[in-house]
Design a protein around this ligand. Sequence first.
Ligand code: SF4
Ligand code: SF4
Length: 150
Amino acid sequence: MPMPEQRDIKEIEVILNEVLNTRCPPVGRCRLLSSGFGTAHALNIAENISGHKECLGCGNCVDICPFLSREPARRDKTEQRTSMALESIVGEDCDLCDACILVCPQVDTTIKSYVVNHRMVEVMSRIEGKIGDEAEPDLDLFLEEALDSE
Ligand code: SF4
Ligand code: SF4
């Protein structure tokens, strides 16, 4: 079966940046952007982009989240390990670190590369105060994993 085409960043750059700048776990919406939007998306856009990539429930995004590392009791609110669960237990407390995007197998490599190449300086500066905290996941490690998967 042929692999679906990876999303061309030029098509989605504006809406992708809106997603990345919104204080809410971004992985679910980046998953939808990876092959276009499903008909039920909640984004206020006029573009006609069809298709979407579904959540596999692998839990990678829940495991990597630094906010949940700091507040593990939030994980007890649900046994689900999906992007929807991540959104419900993190919500507006999201650090906007983009780690969940980089570890999601359903987010296109083009989007991961865009995040690494265009957003990481801003992300690193934002979370600078947290680097070195032993409770935080290793940022270098998830960057390496994301780049190795390309
Ligand atoms: S991994 Fe980072 S971007 Fe994703 S939900 Fe957690 S804090 Fe937010
Ligand atoms: S990392 Fe796994 S659980 Fe999270 S959104 Fe992607 S497929 Fe779903």
